[in-house]
Design a binder for this molecule. Structure first.
Ligand SMILES: [Zn+2]
Length: 215
C-alpha cells in the first residue's frame, strides 16, 4: 500500500538535492568527490524527515546511485505517489478562521493541487490583505494582514529564494487585558504564493513567523 509521507517542502528539498548531484555529475570528474556529493545528498534527504520506515528509506536511497538526468526524473516521479497533500479543508472551515471578514475571496479549492501546497494563501487586492492558512500541530492556523508589494526582488522569509517580494504585516495583540494595545509583526515574503510553495524546502521560518504573529 502506498502511504503518503513526503510533504511538499520535503519533495522540493529532494528535487533540490537531485539537481545538486546532477550538477556535480556534469562538472566534477573526481570520483571520490562525486561519491561524497552523492552520499551527502542521501544523508541530507533522510535528515529532512523526522522518522522513516525501512521501506521509506529504500524509496529515497537511490539518489546515491543515479547517473543521468533521466534517472533523476524517474526518481522524482517514483516519489510522487508518496506525496502527502495539504490536509482537506472546506470553505466553511476557511470562513471560521477569519470570522471578522464577511466576504472572503478564498481560492476555488477544486482548482488547487494540494500535493504541492505547504501553505494556502490568497490576496484580496481590493483591501490589500493577505490571508494565509497553515496546518500546524493538527489544526489550521489562519493569519491575516496587510500586504504591500515592493516591486523589488529579494530573499523571501518563507522559501529563502530570491523572488519578487511583498511586505506582509500582521497586527498582534499585546497581552489579553488591554484590548487597545497592538503591535505588528512583518516580514518580506514572495508576492506569488504559488512560486513560494514550489520553492519551500523547509517550514522552519514559516512556522516561526506564524507563532510570532498569531498572539
Ligand atoms: Zn517565498
Amino acid at each position: 500500500m502506498t502511504t503518503p509521507f513526503i510533504r511538499n517542502h520535503q519533495y522540493n528539498f529532494i528535487k533540490k538535492q537531485s539537481n545538486q548531484v546532477l550538477h556535480a555529475l556534469r562538472t566534477v570528474s573526481d570520483q571520490r568527490v562525486l561519491d561524497t556529493v552523492r552520499y551527502r545528498a542521501a544523508i541530507s534527504i533522510m535528515e529532512a524527515f523526522d522518522d522513516l520506515t525501512e521501506y521509506q528509506e529504500r524509496l529515497l536511497e537511490p539518489i546515491s546511485t543515479l547517473a543521468t538526468a533521466y534517472d533523476f526524473e524517474r526518481y522524482a516521479a517514483s516519489l510522487e505517489p508518496y506525496l502527502e497533500p495539504y490536509p482537506p479543508i472546506t470553505p466553511k472551515q476557511i470562513q471560521k478562521l477569519f470570522p471578522k471578514t464577511k466576504k472572503l475571496k478564498a481560492p476555488d479549492l477544486k482548482t488547487l493541487d494540494f500535493r504541492y501546497i505547504t501553505y494556502l494563501s490568497w490576496i484580496d487586492i481590493a483591501s490589500n490583505r493577505l490571508f494565509l492558512i497553515y496546518p500546524f500541530e493538527g489544526q489550521f492556523v489562519g493569519l491575516e494582514g496587510r500586504i504591500t508589494p515592493t516591486n523589488k526582488k529579494g530573499y523571501c522569509l518563507f522559501c529563502n529564494r530570491q523572488q519578487e517580494l511583498a511586505f506582509f504585516s500582521v497586527m498582534t495583540k499585546i497581552g489579553s487585558t488591554s484590548p487597545d494595545h497592538y503591535s505588528s509583526v512583518g516580514q518580506y515574503i514572495c508576492l506569488e504564493n504559488h512560486v513560494c510553495n514550489q520553492n519551500m524546502t523547509n517550514t522552519e521560518a514559516l512556522e516561526k513567523f506564524i507563532l510570532s504573529a498569531r498572539k
